[in-house]
Design a protein. Structure first.
Length: 149
């Protein structure tokens, strides 16, 4: 499901978020990283490992222009709202095509919930925290990050 063999942005986003962001951190991983941070338009430099993996960004060697790839957007769901020192907190996952992981940031107590809907149909879910709640409808095949204090 990686690299040039998998050009479908939506499918890749679901896979990256479900497998790497949600799956790894639900398994108590302390971080997530990808093989290549930045590659040129020819997927180089290549020094071994994955021969067809995209970089998180692609840098045009002629113009210096930067293209953000699907990997960038998958990582952004966590990196923007889950800060260093955050702790994973309990959340329900794996129901009706919804996979999720929740965090509490150590610096200010803010929370982040990352949810991916791997189903084709829209799915509704509830978030409850400290006596407050909300209901959210996540379209089929979508990803959302909810953040609150």
């Amino acid at each position: 499901m990686l690299g040039r063999r998998a050009p479908n942005f939506a499918d890749n986003l679901k896979w990256f978020v479900r497998t790497l962001i949600v799956g790894s951190t639900r398994g108590w991983a302390k971080g997530v990283l990808l093989w290549n941070l930045a590659l040129d338009e020819h997927d180089g430099p290549h020094t071994g490992g994955c021969g067809n993996c995209r970089g998180v960004v692609t840098i045009n060697s002629a113009s210096g222009g930067v293209t953000r790839n699907v990997e960038y957007y998958a990582l952004a769901h966590a990196s923007r709202f889950v800060r260093p020192g955050a702790r994973r907190v309990e959340s329900t996952s794996g129901s009706d095509g919804l996979e999720s992981v929740a965090f509490r940031n150590a610096d200010d107590g803010s929370k982040a919930l990352i949810v991916v809907n791997t189903a084709v149909l829209d799915r509704s879910f509830a978030v409850r925290w400290a006596g407050r709640s909300l209901t959210y409808v996540l379209p089929g095949g979508s990803v959302v990050t909810l953040a609150w204090n």
